[in-house]
Design a protein around this ligand. Structure first.
Ligand code: MG
Length: 393
């Protein structure tokens, strides 16, 4: 049995991972879980999967969890950064699923690699912030970083058995989000931005999809995961979300991976890798899908994608700065402190306060993340945001 530790167990990826474990007929098991504040769901998961170690956000959440599970739980309940690091490095785990939301996933993911664990990564922010450091460390430790993000899983599957030097382009598809065919106005509400046409996901990634920052983050994620230069990475719109991504080779051949939009397929591929196991999840009927369409992305309409593409070509602290500003902007939009158009303005304004720094250490990246959050908050509070987006140069 392959034993799995899950960072971010109560999120959408965590829940889908547990579903994959549930249907693995004993080939996969859960040894450790980390959640944040969703104590009720975590308690249910503990009851069903019997992990030996669990970690939550803080002492208050740990006390609440202990109250709910009581003596029925024989394992340990930890909390905070130290608790997450324990889950990440749990001695029984063969593989760690990194699925926490945002920058919070960085330190536990590094802890897992340091402990020699293979990683199945859904937390793209970790690779956006510190892709070079994470991949170099994984190579040194001899561990695998396996993608769970559907696009990256598609690319990974297309590259299986291929020589990366024969790749001329990696083409990442994007659904276009809820506003692909709609005008973007400042009247857009958080509720309407959350209505993703194809995927049911958490709040942060749903808003990122609506602004198309998600695709920008994914371009940066792909750069590090597959070790390709930024000029070989392209994003295109594919509203049906059936072709999950493509690889173009130097002979002009394109390989694509197609499947129903069900994130359990990508999760199962990573969890069972290098084997491909039979699954009884969604099957794709191409005849009933009919037409598959492809369009170029409109970066005037989705400035977050333009910002991310400019940051894609840098590899110092700017990706971490952009990521932090985006997290603050998404929270501010969800809290109705800014309108939808101001998300990109806030990110661009924050970025313009920073100079890049080459070859940053992990500490410098974490510091840049903190400084960028403070700067984004300052811009928000002082209301120096302009309504229209200033282009980053
Ligand atoms: Mg994705």
């Amino acid at each position: 049995m392959k034993k799995i530790a899950i960072l971010g167990a109560t999120g959408t990826i965590g829940a889908n991972t547990l579903d994959v474990v549930r249907f693995s007929e004993g080939q996969l098991g859960v040894c450790a879980l980390a959640g944040g504040r969703n104590i009720a769901l975590l308690a249910q998961q503990m009851e069903e999967f019997c992990p030996k170690l669990v970690a939550v956000l803080d002492t208050a959440q740990a006390d609440a969890l202990k109250k709910v599970v009581g003596r029925r739980f024989g394992g340990e309940i930890l909390h905070g950064d130290a608790g997450y690091a324990e889950v990440a490095g749990f001695h029984e785990a063969d593989l760690v699923v990194s699925a926490m939301v945002g920058a919070a996933g960085l330190k536990p993911t590094i802890a897992a690699i340091n402990a020699g664990k293979d990683i199945a990564i859904a937390n793209k922010e970790t690779l956006v912030m510190a892709g070079r450091i994470v991949m170099t460390l994984a190579e040194k430790q001899g561990t695998r970083v396996l993608p769970i993000d559907s696009e990256h899983s598609a690319i990974f599957q297309c590259l299986n058995g291929e020589d990366i030097r024969n790749v001329s382009r990696i083409i990442i598809t994007a659904s276009g989000g809820p506003f692909f065919r709609q005008e973007i106005t400042k009247e857009i509400t958080p509720a309407s931005a959350m209505q993703h046409p194809r995927w049911r996901m958490g709040k942060k990634i749903s808003i990122d999809s609506a602004t198309m920052m998600n695709k920008g983050l994914e371009l940066i994620e792909a750069r590090w995961l597959f070790g390709v230069s930024p000029d070989r990475l392209v994003a295109i719109i594919h509203p049906q979300s059936i072709v999950h991504s493509l690889v173009e080779f130097n002979d002009g051949s394109l390989l694509a991976q197609l499947a129903a939009p069900d994130m359990r397929l990508a999760i199962a591929y990573a969890l069972h890798f290098p084997e491909r196991k039979p699954l009884n999840f969604s099957r794709l009927d191409l005849v009933s899908v009919g037409a598959l369409e492809f369009f170029p992305p409109d970066e005037e309409k989705f400035p977050c994608l333009a910002i991310a593409r400019s940051v894609l070509h840098t590899d110092g602290i700017l990706p971490a700065v952009m990521n932090a500003a985006n997290e603050i902007a998404v929270e501010a939009f969800l809290a109705e402190r800014i309108d939808f158009l101001q998300i990109s303005s806030l990110i661009a304004a924050t970025l313009s306060s920073f100079k890049d720094k080459e070859n940053p250490s992990l500490e410098e990246i974490i510091q840049a993340d903190a400084l960028a959050r403070a700067e984004a908050e300052r811009i928000l509070t002082e209301r120096v945001l302009v309504a229209s987006y200033p282009r980053v140069t």
